[in-house]
Design a protein around this ligand. Structure first.
Ligand code: FAD
Ligand code: NAP
Length: 334
């Protein structure tokens, strides 16, 4: 594997902040990883760069994953088992499956990034998470230099979380993911604005395509286009707090939105908390809080990663002060 030195990373992430990789290379199969020299510096696997914020130069190896390929492994009366290379761009893969009539990914339309990063934070949107369609994945263990298969249980998926973000952080390179997609789709439309959008589109009979289109319409109207404005989507996770805390907040803020999670916890919408603290539409230099969606921090052009991080810390502090809630970052900061 050949490395380039001091490679600019600005166009490799959707935040488009300046940073350099000390060493940079691409790989398109696991054999190339087996040839890696013994690593004395940190290593970062790069997918589409849509969930990464660089706050400084990366003093180590950045390896861009370009493993491609989509294969049907197995098919029965109910389901199709589809394997996709980790470097396949996510949305085109979703569209491919929707066009084939394979159900399960339609609510996850238009999420930026690549297939390989999807299990990292168990990507989710509009009531569906990756774990709902996940079958298994193959990963390369960097230390032991061997291939390991992970089933759903092995991945310890949680809310925007998995074992690869926690215990196994930086230990594995995900090479491919296999999905179990259904031939008898179950439609998930009771979420946020989705039902409303389908109605506005005049959809009377649900199809995978109509749901995918509705999701794309909402996202295009609400979220910044990564090609035009720097962002990494939601900067923070929606916090899950004890029900007692939520009830206490409701006394002072009767409108606070909450979604029951099991018996004793409530998921609170982080965007609402941030908006209440007056940040929505805030801009300092080129770092800002997106006017249409307070949970999204944006780079209007020439913000540095550190400026975005500083803004996020100020937001976090004010939410903590006002609501006694600790916001947890969703974006991977380097
Ligand atoms: P990257 O940003 O390249 O990497 C993310 C992390 O995963 C890094 O730590 C990286 O080292 C690691 N990684 C990447 N590939 C591999 C691999 N093959 N093996 C091991 N580690 C790897 N997310 C959601 O969950 N739901 C949404 O609805 C959503 N909407 C978004 C909207 C916008 C406008 C944007 C900009 C982002 C959004 N995101 C959303 C966040 C992001 O798109 C997803 O998390 C996506 O899966 C990241 O993919 P990526 O290939 O860009 O990962
Ligand atoms: P929205 O529809 O305005 O809803 C606001 C929040 O309320 C969402 O974050 C969602 O939580 C929660 N919510 C709405 N309806 C719910 C229900 N019926 N049950 C439980 N929770 C509900 O949200 P949005 O900001 O436009 O985003 C729409 C979807 O896309 C969400 O699922 C969101 O997570 C996803 N998205 C994610 C990112 C990212 O970078 N991670 C960026 C943009 C959009 P959840 O977030 O937990 O689903």
């Amino acid at each position: 594997m050949k490395f380039q030195e001091q490679v600019p990373l600005r166009d490799y992430t959707t935040f488009h902040v300046p940073a350099h990789a000390r060493y940079f290379s691409v790989f398109s199969d696991s054999e190339m990883l087996e040839q890696l020299p013994a690593l004395t510096l940190p290593l970062l696997i790069l997918g589409g760069g849509s969930n990464i914020l660089f706050t400084r130069d990366f003093n180590g190896y950045v390896l861009k994953n370009e493993i491609r390929g989509i294969t049907v492994l197995h098919e029965d009366d109910d389901a199709v088992y589809v394997k996709a290379g980790a470097g396949e761009p996510w949305h085109p893969f979703v569209s491919f499956c929707v066009d084939k009539g394979w159900g399960g990914l339609e609510n996850l339309s238009l999420i930026p990034g690549n297939v390989g990063a999807a299990p990292m934070q168990n990507i989710g949107a509009y009531g569906v998470e990756l774990q709902d369609v996940f079958w298994d994945l193959e990963a390369f263990h960097l230390q032991d230099r061997k291939l390991v298969t992970f089933t759903r249980n092995d991945c310890a998926f949680g809310y925007r979380d998995s074992i690869f973000k926690g215990q196994y952080r930086n230990q594995f390179v995900i090479l491919n993911v296999t999905f179990r997609l259904t031939k008898k789709p179950i439609f998930h439309t009771r979420y946020g604005a989705l039902e409303q959008e389908l109605e506005q589109m005049g959809v009377t009979e649900l199809t995978l395509k109509s749901i995918s289109q509705a999701v794309c319409n909402i996202r295009m109207s609400k979220l910044p286009d990564p090609d035009r404005m720097g962002s990494a989507g939601s900067f923070f996770k929606n916090p899950v707090i004890p029900s007692a805390h939520y009830e206490e907040l409701k006394i002072h803020y009767p409108d606070i939105p909450g979604f029951q999670q099991g018996a004793d916890a409530v998921k609170v919408y982080a965007g609402w908390l941030i908006e209440q603290c007056g940040w929505k539409g805030y801009r300092s230099g080129d770092a800002g809080c997106y006017p249409n969606q307070a949970l999204v921090l944006v780079n209007y052009g020439s913000a540095s990663g550190q400026e975005i991080l500083n803004l996020s810390e100020s937001i976090r502090e004010s939410v903590k002060l006002r609501f006694s809630i600790d916001l947890e970052r969703e974006v991977n900061v380097y």
